[in-house]
Design a protein around this ligand. Structure first.
Ligand code: FEO
Length: 407
């Protein structure tokens, strides 16, 4: 791969991680992900963010540097917007090639740099609003944006081009293959990256949505012409599109999200499964879109995106040994961790000799600000009574969602 020119003196160095890898060791990436570093050249040269030390990816990065006639010795400044190892685990190797380069980072990143990379020399801790003049009109300004999504995070803005190097913010899953900018995307590719941004957001960023909203508000005074994230497509034709998407995603925390319903169901012997079709029909009869996921077949990383975006959640879950069916318990615990808040919720599910799933569900979700409607619970196989109720309660939940979204 070659470096991708954004404008005179500014280049993106994207490296693709393919789909075999789990991001953060747990999130499936069916479409892979790119890790984007950036070069800004004035009289002096800055490298913004780095990459993970995985497979032959550092060799790809070296080739991209070479394509614009740069190597490690030519880097005067390394800007570390974020210390997570997908951007820094190759840093010890790279740094050893040029220990004289000066590293700019936040105060909280300094300790992380030492802990993760063993580096503590030639380090300059920035204060919010500090600038670095590279010459030839290229000036970098640093903005502290804590908790998007680690406590040490910052963003870097190059004023002559209006480029915001946002690191994880405004990022998405999806590799970059010969298409790097939003203006090169077809409509379906554009939708693809917005959907991949949502899944990335729900997996990685959602717990920090309050900080995302604050950060976007704070950066709104900047004249942003290009959003250059550390994952995914570069937004230069319409940067507002990804800013608006992230603003919307962050707003889902307090709801309402979209007028949609996500059905997540699991079944041991098919008795809970027997209600799924009627539940879905009930929701559809109100005209709402429905996303259906079976657990444990679908990974929670995929389920989180539709749950984050939906104002309504329906859980099909039997009781298992007096408690929730364990694969669903894992999904719901992830909902708690990722702050799937402010939803309208229905649960249905069978039990053998005793119930108990609803009781544990109520306890687990008591801080999630969920409003439940009457659950559908039965012992053994469902009868026509439960099948009829599934239609009615599916419809009722959908009507609640519509009412919520109309507020
Ligand atoms: Fe792309 Fe939080 O690292």
């Amino acid at each position: 791969m070659k470096a991708v020119k954004i404008t005179e003196g500014i280049y993106c160095l994207p490296v693709n991680l393919e789909s075999y890898k789990l991001f953060e060791g747990m999130w499936p990436m069916p479409n892979g992900i790119s890790i984007n570093s950036y070069i800004v050249q004035g009289e002096q040269t800055a490298l913004i963010d780095l990459l993970e030390d995985v497979g032959d990816k550092p060799a790809d990065f070296d080739a991209e540097m070479a394509s614009i006639g740069i190597n490690a010795a030519g880097i005067d400044y390394l800007i570390l917007n974020h210390m997570e190892p997908d951007h820094t685990s190759w840093l010890p190797v790279f740094h050893a090639r040029n220990p004289a380069m000066k590293i700019f980072l936040t105060g909280k990143a300094k300790q992380l740099l030492k802990d993760f990379c063993g580096i503590d020399n030639n380090v300059e801790v920035i204060k919010d609003g500090d600038t670095l003049d590279l010459g030839k009109g290229k000036v970098l300004t640093f903005y502290e944006t804590p908790n998007i999504h680690w406590p040490e995070t910052m963003m870097t803005y190059e004023s002559s081009s209006g480029t915001l190097f946002a690191c994880d913010a405004f990022g998405s899953y999806g590799t970059l293959n010969n298409v790097y900018f939003d203006d090169q995307l077809s409509t379906s590719q554009h939708d693809f990256f917005i959907n991949e941004a949502l899944r990335y957001y729900a997996n990685i960023v959602s717990s920090f949505s309050t900080f995302v909203s604050k950060g976007i508000q704070r950066l709104s005074a900047l004249d942003i012409k290009v959003i250059a994230p550390s994952h995914g497509i570069i937004w230069r034709e319409n940067p507002q599109a990804i800013i608006d998407s992230y603003t919307r995603f962050a707003g889902y925390l307090n709801g309402p999200a979209e007028a949609e319903v996500t059905v997540i169901w699991s079944s041991m012997y098919g008795n809970t499964e027997k209600l799924v079709n009627n539940i879905v029909q009930g929701v559809r009869s109100a005209g709402l879109p429905v996303h259906v996921h079976r657990v444990p077949d679908d990974h929670v990383g995929l389920i989180l995106a539709s749950a984050w975006k939906s104002s309504g959640i329906i859980l099909g879950m039997p009781t298992y040994e007096y408690e929730m069916f364990p694969p669903m318990a894992w999904v719901l615990d992830m909902f708690r961790r990722k702050k799937i808040w402010n939803k309208k919720v229905l649960r249905f599910g069978s039990a053998g000799w005793s119930g108990g799933a609803q009781r544990e569900l109520d306890q687990l979700t008591e801080k999630l600000k969920w409003e439940f409607i009457e659950p559908i619970e039965w012992k053994g196989a469902p009868t026509d009574i439960e099948l009829d109720l599934a239609l009615k309660q599916g419809r009722l939940l959908a009507d609640k969602v519509k009412e919520f979204c109309a507020t």
